[in-house]
Design a protein. Structure first.
Ligand SMILES: Cc1ncc(COP(=O)(O)O)c(C=O)c1O
Length: 473
């Protein structure tokens, strides 16, 4: 038998070392009672099987049985044959620490989400539409079939089966010419930006051009990781590449297929100018293809990466197609940055979690991801149409932009005096959360709101438009 002093249980971190040499039963009952009373063991929590706990602590099973019996006599636990021993509820006469609310996303001021019963923040798909059944089926199949190697520390670039499926998927849907070896699986576009920021700084870059207006989240991420975001104006053709060329940034982050938040597509002339800029300035284009799958009534635009893989680091994720909580995305950098980025990924987390990667690979291979996207696209299109009708009815003065694709649209109010942030606060008093366009700007501009519609039914969107108008009046 091992040294009694070294014996202990994970359960309540009980250690034989702390027990008196006599009165083991009382010691154990006291420890469990204290944990029930201070809330560490809540109602319904099973106590460990007597045989297992006895083994962990190196005591006879009789000690555990008797301690449990004492607690049962006190009405603190119940023992049912076959069902084990479980904690019963206790009425507390002492304060229990309240569970703190989850941290609010940084962009939205604290307390705002709680005040809204309709949250039109952009960037979130209809989470109730997550393909749970397909995911469970695929996960079961993966668990039945995955090799043990696939569950170990693998290639920091991610599972080969996912990278293979992604290469095919991105070739089919976005025109990319990338092999599995070119792809680094990451935990979302956010991690792609963090890794790029690290690697670019190590190469002497201190700043990166970003679209203005542009994604506040992406801009904040880059700044957090040490790259100064330099605003470059966006007009109806996308980023002003002439202005980009005039400033000295050697990297630029863009959303070319569907500019966030205006929804404009980078015009063909601008695409060519942008690639020329990157080639001449030894610049890097970071392409955030954040919601490319959702296009309703315009022709598809191939990814920039397809035209110049040597100049573009391409990033995408499942945040808009499945759910942001998946934290699953991909980065396809130019060859010259691949090794450094792989190293940065390895240093960050040794690679993304294996199981979700294998499941996603399976959903792509079986066609179920595509089927899901088709379904969601149809639903989102009808939601967009509903919001457009509601805006026409309740806010006819609004200029509506960026309706042809995505999960959000933009309304602006040219000629309106006052701050859109103040208006958003007034609208919040009606229970609707809208993000003012100014949150996504670095320079002043026309007031407006970014309205995410994907997560709401047509009725709720109609109600939201009515209340926005009421809040603005
Ligand atoms: C334009 C844009 N880029 C990137 C992101 C971050 O995406 P991910 O969840 O893939 O990290 C978002 C999130 O909403 C976004 O709107």
């Amino acid at each position: 038998m091992p040294d009694a002093e070294a014996q202990g249980a994970d359960f309540l971190q009980l250690s034989r070392q702390d027990a008196p040499s006599r009165g083991l039963t009382g010691w154990l009952a006291d420890a469990i009672r204290a944990a029930i009373m201070d809330g560490r063991l809540g109602a319904g929590t099973p106590l460990p099987a007597t045989r297992l706990l006895a083994g962990d602590l190196g005591v006879s099973r009789g000690v555990i049985v008797e301690a449990y019996q004492r607690l049962a006599d006190e009405g603190l636990v119940s023992a049912r044959p076959g069902a084990g021993t479980r904690v019963l509820g206790v009425s507390r006469t002492f304060p229990v620490a309240a569970v703190p609310p989850p941290p609010a996303p940084l962009l939205v001021p604290p307390g705002w989400r709680e005040r809204a019963d309709i949250d039109l923040s952009p960037g979130v798909p209809d989470l109730s539409g997550f393909p749970r059944a397909a995911w469970i089926r695929a996960e079961r199949a993966v668990l039945e079939q995955a090799s043990v190697t696939e569950l170990g520390y693998g290639d920091p670039r991610g599972s080969l089966s996912l990278r293979t499926e992604l290469a095919g998927w991105l070739a089919r849907t976005r025109g990319l010419r990338a092999g599995p070896g070119d792809i680094i699986v990451v935990t979302g576009v956010a991690q792609a930006l963090a890794l790029l920021a690290r690697v670019l700084q190590a190469r002497g870059l201190g700043e990166i051009a970003v679209e203005d207006p542009g994604s506040r989240g992406a801009r904040d991420d880059l700044a957090y990781w040490g790259l100064r975001p330099v605003p470059v104006p966006v007009d109806e053709h996308g980023m002003d590449v002439g202005e980009l060329a005039r400033n000295h940034a050697r990297a630029a982050l863009l959303t070319p297929a569907h500019q966030f938040p205006t929804g404009v597509v980078l015009a063909p002339r601008r695409r060519r100018d942008l690639l020329d800029w990157a080639a001449a300035a030894d610049g890097l284009i970071v392409e955030d293809d954040y919601d490319a799958e959702f296009r309703y009534d315009r022709a598809p635009v191939p990814a920039l990466h397809a035209s110049a893989p040597g100049l573009v680091a391409y990033a995408g994720s499942t945040s808009k197609t499945l759910a942001p909580g998946m934290r699953l995305g991909w980065l396809i950098p130019p060859v010259r940055l691949r090794a450094a980025l792989t190293e940065a990924k390895y240093a960050s987390d040794l690679g993304s979690p294996a199981l979700p990667q294998l499941v996603l690979a399976r959903l792509i291979a079986s066609g179920e991801l595509e089927q899901h996207i088709r379904l969601v696209r149809k639903r989102q299109r009808s939601r967009r149409d509903a919001l457009l009708r509601a805006l026409r009815e309740h806010l006819p003065q609004a200029r509506v932009q960026g309706v042809a694709a995505g999960l959000h649209l933009l309304i602006t109010f040219p000629g309106l005096d006052g701050s859109d942030a103040d208006l958003a606060e007034a609208i919040l008093r009606t229970g609707v959360l809208v993000q003012p366009l100014s949150w996504h700007r670095q320079r002043p501009g026309v007031p407006g709101f970014v309205l995410g519609y994907a997560a709401h039914t047509p009725d709720r969107l109609h109600e939201a438009a009515r209340r926005i108008a009421q809040g603005m009046s």
